[in-house]
Design a protein around this ligand. Structure first.
Ligand SMILES: [Cu+2]
Length: 117
């Protein structure tokens, strides 16, 4: 393939960028993509999600208020107190329904449903 010399640098950069972006977005073939839940205006958004086994869920606090994510069932996930823009990740390795809430504002609730692969 002939590429005009003044375009070669551009073409190479574009190909490399696409390759890097693909690796980040797709990851290893077996891993599910992470799913983000935003904490916004004292609400988990989306409040209810369904993900395949092995998915990592990332909660991100978009409020000016601190929040803390705690699973209803003991011995499950519990985040530290999240200040604005802080994140908490948890990988769901078993199928089931996992209810959680904010321990600082217990009216904030959400559910992660994990399906078997
Ligand atoms: Cu809260």
């Amino acid at each position: 393939m002939h590429i005009p010399s003044h375009l070669r640098g551009f073409a190479l950069t574009t190909v490399l960028s696409a390759a890097v972006a693909g690796a980040v977005l797709n990851g290893p073939a077996t891993a599910a993509a992470p799913l983000e839940i935003h904490l916004d205006n004292f609400t988990f958004s989306p409040q209810t999600v369904t993900v395949p086994e092995g998915t990592t869920v990332v909660w991100i606090n978009r409020d000016d208020t601190p929040h803390r994510i705690v699973a209803v069932q003991k011995d499950q996930f519990k985040s530290p107190v999240l200040d604005t823009d802080e994140k908490f990740s948890w990988t769901f390795s078993k199928a089931g329904t996992f209810a959680y809430f904010c321990s600082m504002h217990p009216h904030m609730t959400g559910t992660v449903t994990v399906t078997a692969n």
